[in-house]
Design a protein around this ligand. Structure first.
Ligand code: SAH
Length: 220
């Protein structure tokens, strides 16, 4: 297939993904749908899996990690209720696909990744796509990024044993945190809203993520 035909094919696969996997399953935030229509997911998966970039599932990537299912990316982003002036903290940069979606919607994304190699590759990938409103940090994101907080939204894309208290405290009043909580083989996606000094917690859906390492995760 010529590069041009392949580009067109992937664009139509992407539009179909947004329609069938997101819009028809209830994701309606126009910012989320627009961002997921504009970011080429095939550039975030290993070369040999590019033909599966718009499949309805997670895919394996480097460092024994995964790129999340498109629906999960869309749903988690929508739950944050973002607007264009927001500052968001992401824990678990991975391939940077979720980072890129967030960066299309908000003013600035702060992202923390445990694995240095993933972090470096991802920062290069996003810069090559012209995405420059992202700050990167390598380390234990289960403790957040205090110096840059508080944040309007915090998203954790790895499963934790319990809601990390340190992250809740880095939310602005009215801010939202989404985090998968539970056992290693199955978690519940939890939405936490800060209301003054209190926190309201809501269980959203069952999910499955790789483990969150670190102090408020499953350890190193
Ligand atoms: N959002 C990513 C999903 C990555 S999988 C994507 O769509 O590509 C989860 C990521 O969390 C992995 O890259 C893993 O290395 C990272 N991770 C696990 N524990 C972490 C921690 N305590 N701090 C920062 N990153 C962590």
């Amino acid at each position: 297939m010529s590069p041009h035909r392949q580009f067109e094919q992937r664009r139509s696969d992407r539009e179909r993904m947004v329609d069938e996997q997101l819009a028809r399953r209830g994701i309606s935030d126009p910012g989320v749908l627009y961002a997921m229509t504009s970011i080429p997911r095939e550039l975030f998966v290993p070369v040999q899996l590019r033909d599966r970039a718009y499949d309805d599932g997670a895919l394996p990537v480097d460092c024994r990690q995964t790129i999340s299912q498109p629906y999960m990316v869309g749903r988690m982003t929508e739950l944050l209720g973002l607007s264009d002036a927001d500052r968001v903290l992401e824990i678990g940069t991975g391939t940077g696909y979720q980072t890129a979606i967030l960066a299309r919607i908000v003013a600035h994304v702060y992202t923390v990744e445990w694995h240095a190699r993933l972090m470096t590759q991802t920062a290069e990938r996003l810069r090559s796509l012209g995405i420059n409103n992202v700050s990167y940090r390598c380390g234990d994101g289960s403790l957040g990024w205090t110096e840059r907080g508080p944040f309007d939204g915090i998203i954790v894309t790895a499963g934790a044993p319990d809601v990390p208290r340190t992250l809740c405290e880095q939310l602005v009043d009215g801010g939202r945190l989404v985090v998968p909580i539970g056992a290693e083989n199955e978690q519940t996606l939890v939405l936490v809203r800060r209301v003054g000094e209190g926190f309201r917690r809501e269980n959203v859906l069952k999910c499955r993520f790789v483990r969150l390492l670190g102090a408020e995760g499953w350890g190193a």
